[in-house]
Design a protein around this ligand. Structure first.
Ligand code: NAD
Length: 552
């Protein structure tokens, strides 16, 4: 058996592989498992429950060996984290094609997946874990920043300045909330049941205050709101106690959401149990625990519905909380929307989504130079400028230096081409890898999240991510992936990813222009086809050819 070992991506300008197009996946696969980046590198787990970078250590080492030898007209095929073949293709083809966790729909159940996984025949790729473009917490922080920024714009607020945001959960993903709120200039109260989790966020600077008493928390909130001063406060308590208590007190936050782990009834802490009692009941009687958990979530959602009635902006942050409450008898649980239909879809209609890039040199300076280049390219985008400035000040890189921001159709290609020029003229030390999350405008079918409530009811149609993967492959992305089950679990989603390398060559420029145009372009097409007027308008404005688009 091949042993686990510590892994870190090579840095510098010296190639290990035969070109930068193979060096890039070679470094990025290892970067995903850097101890600074991955949640559990010994098990090859990058993030998101069981999201792996390779099927097992033997497969991992075989992928690296193959990439070291891969020629510039060859393509490596990776099937659920195992390298299965190398074929002669051509120079403009992807160097790696990846398919992770895919099952024929009838068999796409957690049970069948787990059976295969136990036999070493499949792995869970999540979104960016198995496609080698995870960049650590920055990704979720920026997504939360963008969601809250979009919410503010929709409400006609210039930012969250002077606004009170109530939420819960300071875990792996939820821990990004306080910083995303203050980056949007708001005041956040985040209810967290586990003092140790809150303490961790305090220590790493994600939350500014942690208090035990509601009174103290509310004084801090009220003072900051009155002074329009950005502030984040963690309150130790259970959301299903604190939310109803605030309702009783007549407090009406401007925004209410939640990031407790409602997707997993055994992870959510029911409000009538302390942490110790919860852990005991969970191990002794999981069924009784589930009952209490569901009842608590029903209570929790009823308070959110009360806030909504009182005028708060309330939304579900992708954790399935509404479904749990609905299943426990709260028939109007779906009265408040999920975050994608509420705030993100208008961005998707413009082909806007998460654009990320990584400096293969390992030099932070390369990223700072690209930050400046992006600001120069889009001088009037204040929201983008604010993010890039704050990101530079407040984000510690994990693994290879990286950056993320949301860019739309036209903008992504412009940024990619600029980076390629900067590599060509020696401004940057080494090539840049450009990729994105699978959560994007035209690359995902996920009816409880990215494609919830589509205008034409096509929430579960996964032709779109398939077309996306094929289009990116023919366009010449450096690696392309197609996964099942990311974000919301087995059976619930299908999605595609692409990564393209800016190595400074004219060939790369041509590939970048194609891929970074068609990739967001398909996002516009997917939404225009579903009938979203914003997307129809975007398709018309950009001259995207859609043979059956009705424009009136
Ligand atoms: P996590 O398990 O790391 O953290 C959850 C936190 O909630 C823990 O700190 C826990 O102590 C706390 N908690 C549990 N029950 C509580 C209660 N009743 N009251 C107050 N605090 C409670 O999970 P995570 O990675 O932070 O993710 C949180 C949830 O958000 C998950 O369900 C995840 O799927 C979802 N999520 C969705 C998106 C998205 O759709 N974009 C993004 C991120 C996370």
């Amino acid at each position: 058996m091949t042993e686990a070992r510590p892994v870190r991506a090579p840095r510098g300008v010296q190639l290990n592989c035969k070109s930068w197009l193979t060096e890039a996946p070679y470094r990025m696969l290892q970067n995903n498992l850097d101890p600074e980046v991955a949640e559990n590198p010994a098990e090859l787990i990058v993030y998101g429950g069981r999201g792996q970078a390779a099927r097992d250590w033997e497969s991992f080492e075989a992928i690296l060996r193959t990439l070291l030898e891969l020629e510039n007209d060859e393509t490596l095929l990776v099937q659920s984290g195992k390298p299965v073949a190398v074929f002669r293709t051509h120079a403009d083809a992807p160097r790696v094609l990846i398919a992770n966790s895919n099952l024929v729909p009838h068999w796409a159940t957690q049970e069948h997946f787990d059976e295969l996984a136990a036999r070493g025949l499949i792995m869970y790729g999540q979104m960016t874990a198995g496609s080698w473009i995870y960049i650590g917490t920055q990704g979720i922080l920026q997504g939360t920043y963008e969601t809250l920024g979009s919410l503010a714009r929709q409400r006609g607020w210039p930012s969250l300045r002077g606004k009170f945001v109530l939420t819960a959960g300071l875990g792996g993903m939820g821990g990004a909330q306080p910083l995303a709120i203050t980056m949007n200039e708001g005041v956040g109260l985040i209810v967290e049941v586990d003092p140790a989790r809150a303490q961790r966020r305090l220590e790493n600077g994600y939350v500014e205050f942690v208090v035990d008493e509601l009174e103290e928390a509310m004084s801090l909130v009220e003072e900051a709101v009155a002074n329009e001063q950005p502030r984040s406060i963690g309150l130790i308590g259970n959301a299903a106690d604190i939310y109803p208590e605030l309702v009783i007190r007549g407090v009406v936050p401007d925004v209410v959401t939640d990031q407790t782990p409602a997707h997993d009834v055994l992870a959510y802490i029911p409000h009538n149990l302390n942490l110790e009692q919860a852990s005991e009941l969970r191990s002794q009687d999981p069924q009784a625990y589930t009952q209490q958990s569901m009842a608590s979530m029903a209570h929790h959602v009823q308070a959110m519905l009360a806030f909504q009635k009182a005028g708060s902006e309330v939304f579900d942050y992708g954790n399935n909380l509404r479904q749990r409450a609905f299943d426990h008898g709260v028939k109007d649980a779906f009265n408040f929307p999920g975050f994608v239909p509420a705030y993100i879809r208008p961005l998707f209609c413009e082909g806007k989504g998460p654009f990320r890039w990584v400096a293969l040199s390992g030099e932070a300076e390369d990223i700072y130079k690209t930050d400046t280049a992006v600001k120069e390219l889009f001088p009037h985008d204040e929201h983008l400028h604010r993010w890039l400035t704050l990101a530079r000040e407040q984000i510690q890189f994990q693994g290879l230096p990286a950056r993320i921001c949301w860019l739309g159709y036209g903008e992504r290609a412009a940024a990619g081409l600029r980076f390629n020029e900067m590599v060509a003229n020696g401004q940057l030390m080494a090539p840049i890898v450009i990729g994105r999350d699978h959560l994007d405008a035209g690359s995902v079918a996920s009816p409880n999240r990215e494609t919830e409530g589509m205008l034409d009811g096509t929430d579960a149609v996964s032709d779109w991510p398939l077309l996306n993967a094929m289009l990116n492959a023919v366009g010449g992305a450096t690696w392309v992936s197609f996964h099942h089950g990311g974000g919301v679990g087995i059976g619930f989603s299908q999605h595609a990813g692409q990564v393209i390398v800016a190595d400074g060559t004219p060939e790369a420029a041509r590939r970048i222009e194609r891929v970074l145009t068609t990739d967001p372009g398909l996002g516009i097409v997917r939404h225009a086809d579903a009938g979203y007027p914003l997307a129809v308008e975007a398709a018309r404005r950009h001259g995207i050819k859609m043979p059956m688009l009705k424009t009136d």
